[in-house]
Design a protein. Structure first.
Length: 112
């Protein structure tokens, strides 16, 4: 079966930095890509980061439910803390998240 997605364009992992913005929004930046998104809460953040990744890498809708940005539990706890705190000009509170996308994993999911 020929896939209509070029997995070589999708990196094996992405680094996503999240911080609280001056006006209270959560701001996520995908390191190395120069793209950002923002959200008012964590649910919206996850949706917006996924949408950013899908758009940037032109991932067809039929694969989007199988390629997702989902932080691990420790990162989610840090995100909850950041979402509930006040804005700080000091960027030392930046949360760094890693997410992984592999061609092999995606192929196995699609063929399951």
């Amino acid at each position: 079966m020929k896939l209509d997605i070029d997995f070589k364009k999708i990196p094996n992992h992405l680094n996503i930095n999240v911080q609280k913005g001056e006006r209270g929004a959560l701001i996520a930046e995908v390191s190395g890509l120069g793209v950002t998104t923002e959200a008012n809460d964590l649910n919206e953040l996850f949706i917006n980061v996924n949408d950013l990744i899908y758009t940037y890498y032109d991932i067809p809708k039929k694969y989007q439910d199988q390629i997702q940005f989902i932080p691990n539990i420790a990162a989610r706890m840090d995100l909850v803390k950041t979402a509930n705190e006040e804005y700080k000009k000091d960027k030392s509170e930046l949360i760094k998240l890693n997410t992984f996308y592999t061609e092999d994993l995606c192929r196995r999911i699609m063929n399951a």
